[in-house]
Design a protein. Structure first.
Length: 197
């Protein structure tokens, strides 16, 4: 049985699949629609360029009223990423809005790679180097980029969607088509520009 959260996640997946923002991808696990695997490619003209960074997004039944938990599986050296891979990003905390969808979340994280916020550090060493020794900061980030190429960090699953959820997706595709897709397209731009908390 589909819950409001699962219906919303199905819409999010359809939107992300049909109109994916550049440099990001994501899909739910085969055995659990509430857990998503995602990949963010390092933005051009940044130290993260050419990196392939894996993440996991974990949703609960309160989505979209509350944000998912998001964690990098790939090793990261970034002022706003904790050692355990969790992020310090305001839209995942105090500035969350139910209009944000998975595409907006991933776009915001990609934007954070482009524009770190060293004034709200999750990694004090990375923030300090970013402010005071850019050459060393870039060297450390480049090491994580190279590690991302060989990263065998486990994804939650290989198969993106279980069959019963595929049927639900087919049914919702022929339904109203309103709701999340319409509300969230306006939120993608603000989310992409959202600063870290």
């Amino acid at each position: 049985m589909s819950t409001p959260s699962k219906k919303r996640l199905i819409r999010d997946f359809k939107r992300l699949s049909s109109d994916p923002p550049g440099g990001i991808s994501g899909a739910p696990c085969a055995d659990n629609l509430m857990i998503w695997n995602a990949v963010i490619f390092g933005p051009a003209d940044t130290p993260f360029e050419d990196g392939t960074f894996k993440l996991v997004l974990t949703f609960d039944e309160s989505y979209p009223n509350k944000p998912p938990t998001v964690k990098f599986l790939s090793k990261m050296f970034h002022p706003n990423v904790y050692a355990n891979g969790e992020l310090c990003l305001d839209i995942l905390q105090n500035r969350w809005s139910p209009t944000y969808d998975v595409a907006a979340i991933l776009t915001s994280i990609q934007s954070l790679l482009h524009d770190p916020n060293p004034n709200s550090p999750a990694n004090a060493e990375a923030a300090s180097l970013y402010r005071e020794n850019m050459k060393e900061y870039v060297r450390r980030v480049k090491a994580t980029v190279e590690a991302s190429w060989m990263d065998d960090g486990e994804m939650a699953t290989e198969d993106p969607i279980p069959e019963e959820d595929e049927e639900a997706m087919d049914e919702s595709a022929h339904g109203s088509g309103g709701g999340a897709g319409q509300a969230t397209s306006a939120s993608t731009t603000p989310a992409a520009a959202a600063p870290a908390s």
